[in-house]
Design a protein around this ligand. Structure first.
Ligand code: ADP
Ligand code: MG
Length: 430
């Protein structure tokens, strides 16, 4: 087979991969090349080591399947780093994810400090904030930032990056095997130690003790320490005080749930990373639908994309709404109007009976409109049904309320936060 033919064949395989597994496909797949295609073996060159590893971990099966679909033969796939690729890939045996770079991280008010401190630390390890301690709820970008630090600091630095669970397991197995000093050397002699999810140390006294000494050894030698957790150092129960106080020695940065604009930007960023085109309105719709967790935001985009890809149609707001709506029906029962009204009553400090009354004073009208809006976005009730729960308002009143609240939601950041907290509260309470 000639070179040109091989290239065309590979293009078709890539196209097939994108259809079979849109979620793991990436825009940078286009930068891959065929190194050799011979006797049932397809050797594919990748831009760098992290990407080759990503492909081996996530995509071997789907490439084999795609190659078989396209050629009609069994093909074995091999990913390698291409000749031209740079050698400056991050050091160390750990796996940095090619997606998790600073370039792919959207910065907003919710994560500005965490992002800035990670950039500073990766440019000047050991000298600016030590330790750097990031905390926040699940799915807000802590692990992503740690990978980004590795990508950035990479080069000649020796870095150990691992989950706290791996640290604890390694410690226990070193004790069992009598290899404790090797274990200790491995972590106490690096330039940078990055440990994800240190809340895992809770109630593990011996591991805390070990970590305490590791921390001191590194700190005293001005080696960089970066840690993450699900809560602030001071809020970690069952954690030794001397550790907690050390966590606070450097900089503690919190990650918050992303604001509406940031959520839109994240959806757009992920879409471009995946090589997906989004028409106007789709990112906005997804950003309104998912509010508190970026992993779920990505999950929603995945669902929309996969649905479009399977159906062979472009992604439109209508398709997005439909595919997410379907998903919602499977995953959870929507809240009852009563739950929404109760939550609004509490948040605005107004009695339920007032929300359901005919009173029109502004202090009651707005919360009532919020109830209607939430009813509209969180339940599958008709406008009439929603109006029925709020003192028998007709459908045009409810429609008007929804568009008014939506305008305020888009234009007023403080109001938006309030609504976001309300919806999160209603969802969580269930
Ligand atoms: P955590 O470790 O806090 O639970 P992760 O770092 O695993 O969260 O992030 C969850 C997902 O959300 C990842 O796929 C990550 O890329 C994405 N993500 C989080 N924050 C951002 C951001 N600011 N910009 C782009 N993607 C983000
Ligand atoms: Mg994480």
């Amino acid at each position: 087979m000639g070179r040109q033919e091989t290239i065309e064949l590979f293009d078709r395989i890539l196209e097939r991969v994108r259809t079979l597994d849109p979620v793991n496909a990436r825009k940078w797949f286009d930068d891959m090349t065929v190194v050799a295609f011979d006797r049932g073996q397809l050797e594919i060159g990748c831009p760098d080591t992290a990407k080759a590893r990503y492909l081996r971990d996530n995509c071997l099966g789907v490439f084999a399947q795609a190659a078989q679909n396209v050629t009609g033969h069994l093909i074995s796939i091999h990913f390698c780093r291409s000749e031209a690729a740079d050698e400056a890939a991050p050091a160390g045996a750990f796996r940095v994810h090619p997606d998790y770079t600073f370039d792919n991280f959207v910065v907003g008010p919710c994560n500005r400090l965490a992002h800035a401190s990670c950039v500073a630390v990766s440019q000047n390890p050991g000298n600016v904030y030590n330790p750097l301690f990031l905390y926040g709820n699940v799915g807000l970008g802590k692990t992503h930032l740690l990978h980004a630090v590795c990508h950035q600091a990479g080069g000649g630095l020796s870095i150990q990056f691992l989950s706290c669970e791996a640290f604890v397991n390694g410690f226990i197995s070193a004790i069992e095997k009598g290899t404790l000093s090797e274990f200790q050397n491995q972590y106490r002699t690096v330039d940078m130690l990055i440990i994800d999810d240190v809340q895992f140390l809770r109630e593990r006294e011996q591991s805390q003790e070990e970590f305490f000494h590791t921390f001191n050894a590194l700190y005293n030698n001005r080696r960089q320490i970066v840690l993450t957790a699900d809560s602030a150092p001071g809020d970690m129960s069952a954690m030794e005080e001397r550790l907690v106080s050390r966590f606070k020695w450097g900089l503690v940065a919190r990650l918050d749930a992303p604001e509406y604009e940031t959520r839109i930007a994240i959806v757009k960023k992920k879409a471009s990373l995946w090589g997906v085109e989004l028409v106007e309105g789709v990112a906005e719709l997804i950003a309104e639908y998912i509010k508190t967790n970026i992993r779920e935001l990505e999950g929603a985009l995945t669902i929309v994309y996969a649905t479009a890809r399977t159906a062979g149609v472009p992604i439109s707001p209508a398709l997005a709404r439909e595919s997410l709506g379907v998903q919602e029906a499977f995953s959870s029962r929507p809240p009852a109007m009563g739950e929404i009204i109760a939550a609004v009553s509490e948040a605005f400090d107004i009695r339920v009976t007032e929300l359901q009354s005919k009173k029109r004073s502004a202090s009651i009208a707005l919360p009532r409109q919020v109830c209607m809006y939430l009813g509209r976005i969180m339940t599958r009730h008709s406008l009439e049904e929603i109006g029925g729960h709020l003192g028998g308002r007709d459908h045009s009143t409810v429609l008007h309320a929804c568009s008014k609240v939506e305008q305020m939601y888009k234009g007023d950041a403080q109001f938006r936060d309030r609504i976001d907290r309300l919806t999160a509260g209603i969802t969580q309470r269930r």
